[in-house]
Design a protein around this ligand. Structure first.
Ligand code: SF4
Length: 158
């Protein structure tokens, strides 16, 4: 039996790490307006398996039908309605026993800025989050002032 490495598979889907990036069908779906798989692969290559205060989930969706799913991720990404080539980001969502809807940034970003934006969110989380603290819990604890600081770090990419 071939080893995972020989097949191009990677270990690391558990613990306090960035989990495998998930994506919907994107342009394989009649409603999808962009290639979710391409972006998910870019994000996976950049961040999968890297450490974080606690697990960190990224989801990419091809249309607003998955708004609920996008708001259930540490970072959820979907196309901005009526703004071709631009995207909405939601931060600090989680499911499980204490579900929380992710906060909207309040502005859209171009596709070219999305990998950098997720990198900045992760850096912010690593800088401010305590060991074992989800991003959503950090944002709850810090309240509006902390969310505004995160927004300011991302706004310059808009
Ligand atoms: S989120 Fe939209 S594009 Fe993605 S599978 Fe659902 S309906 Fe299709």
């Amino acid at each position: 039996m071939a080893l995972a490495g020989e097949l191009g598979l990677k270990w690391g889907g558990t613990g306090a790490t960035v989990r495998a990036v998930t994506a919907c069908k994107g342009t394989d779906c009649r409603r999808g307006v962009f290639d979710t798989h391409r972006l998910a692969l870019q994000l996976d290559r950049a961040f999968f398996g890297t450490t974080a205060p606690k697990k960190f989930k990224i989801g990419v969706y091809g249309c607003p039908n998955s708004l609920g799913k996008a708001r259930g991720q540490d970072v959820g990404i979907l196309p901005a309605p009526g703004e071709a080539g631009r995207f909405l980001l939601f931060v600090g969502g989680m499911m499980g026993r204490r579900p929380r809807l992710g906060d909207e940034l309040g502005f859209s970003l171009p596709e070219s800025a999305l990998v950098e934006a997720v990198g900045r969110i992760l850096a912010f989380y690593r800088r401010h989050g305590a060991e074992g603290q989800r991003l959503g819990d950090l944002l709850e604890e810090g309240g509006a002032p902390l969310l505004e600081r995160l927004r300011a770090e991302l706004k310059e990419l808009a």
